[in-house]
Design a protein around this ligand. Structure first.
Ligand code: PLP
Length: 391
């Protein structure tokens, strides 16, 4: 059984939710771009002098891209599909980097054709792919710093040691490939800023070693994503979290450009999921409620991301009963939470889950032909409503 969502009595606009379900059906994901804007601005303020490239993967939605573009954000891309999305939204290619450490030749060619010129490599096989693109492209070498505390320890799958990075830099020099700098990702939902500090210090040492060896100085450090959110209350003091990171960055030469690739922090709080009870059954003293969204849909993050979402029913009552919330598919693994106290629900009643913006719809499937939740952009529907009916 994956991590279970927790019941929490958060505030909800019941009229808005029921109106939207009446209009767009269920399941629904309500996307609030004001939250995206607030989180972006909070992180930008907490990391002065660091250029933020929103990593599209947790929520590759056009409205998120438009919101961030208006704020002057940059973007972190990993696939040709992500390139197509930002391109459609009019993102200038100079504001993008391509950070997938493993690429087909066609992926590199697609990105270059768009105009994205900065790529990430972490091994010789990958570096060699840039010999034919040496005129147009430059690379960041990705380092690995293991982090067992993170939701996803990305350094297990990608990145190289500082010693291997040095060999790659020498080889790049030999092949005439420009090395722009270094990158790392300390792991998603990293609660401890020390991980960034240690990584930045190791990168600084490597940058010094590069200069000492007479190789061209590196001009960029990409500190990746991983910035945490609180699934319990959505309140992380991001300024306090980033203070030691800023102190470590201050030790780098001023000429080194600082960038980051936040994903989850920007979007986790921006989506709320609304699912409906499809049916119910009594089993072993508990009521099983079968919802129209589940592990194979918006709740895929329970499996892939280990996120612990806060949920509640729209209906409130003093009496609660031992209940199970299950997803709609025929698979027995499709259970959202199996030990939860809920009011007595009727078929059609709504279950609301917060903090569903990151790694939810992005990793949902169509298993069993249950349709994925419709995403409704709140800011757009509210504007439409105001235009139609006045404020
Ligand atoms: C290369 C890269 N950059 C950025 C991110 C975003 O990380 P997070 O959502 O933890 O901020 C990821 C997540 O997988 C990633 O792989």
């Amino acid at each position: 059984m994956p991590i279970q969502p927790q019941v929490q009595n958060f505030a909800i606009d019941a009229t808005l939710v029921t109106d939207l379900v009446a209009q767009y059906g269920s399941p629904l994901l309500m996307l609030d771009c004001d939250q995206v804007r607030d989180q972006y601005l909070a992180l930008a303020e907490a990391l002065p002098g660091v250029r933020l490239h929103y990593a599209l993967k947790p929520l590759p939605h056009p409205a998120v891209v438009r919101t961030l573009l208006q704020l002057g954000a940059c973007f972190d891309l990993a696939t040709s599909g992500e390139i197509a999305l930002v391109r459609e939204q009019g993102v200038p290619a100079e504001c993008t980097i391509h950070t997938h450490p493993i690429k087909r030749r066609s992926d590199i060619a697609d990105a270059l054709e768009y105009g994205c010129q900065v790529f990430v490599v972490d091994n010789l096989n990958e570096l060699a792919k840039f010999r034919e693109f040496a005129e147009q492209a430059e690379v960041l070498i990705r380092l690995s710093f293991r982090n067992s505390e993170a939701y996803a320890d990305l350094s297990k799958k990608f990145g190289c040691s500082p010693a291997d990075a040095m060999s790659l830099i020498r080889q790049a020099q030999h092949w005439g490939i420009r090395v722009k700098g270094l990158s790392f990702h300390v792991g998603s939902q990293t609660a401890n800023a020390d991980k960034y500090v240690a990584a930045i210090q190791a990168c600084k040492q490597l940058m010094d070693d590069v200069v000492a060896e007479g190789l061209p100085a590196l001009s960029c450090l990409d500190i990746g994503g991983g910035f945490p959110v609180s699934y319990a209350s959505n309140q992380v003091d991001i300024r306090a979290f980033c203070a030691p990171i800023n102190a470590a960055l201050a030790e780098l030469p001023e000429t080194v450009q600082r960038i980051a690739e936040p994903g989850r922090f920007i979007v986790a709080g921006a989506m709320t999921c609304v699912a409906s009870v499809m049916g119910q059954a009594q089993r072993e003293g508990r009521t099983w409620y079968y919802l129209d969204d589940g592990i194979y849909g918006s709740f895929s993050g329970l499996m892939f991301d280990m996120a612990c979402y806060p949920l509640r029913t729209l209906k409130t009552a003093d009496e609660v009963y031992p209940s199970v919330l299950a997803g709609p598919t025929c698979d027995s693994i499709d259970v959202i939470c199996d030990a939860v106290e809920l009011p007595k629900l009727e078929d059609g009643d709504l279950v609301i889950t917060r903090m569903m913006g990151a790694y939810t719809s992005a990793t949902a499937t169509d298993f069993n032909f249950f349709k994925r939740a419709t995403t409704v952009v709140l800011n757009e529907v509210i504007q439409l409503h105001q235009a139609e009916f006045g404020s």
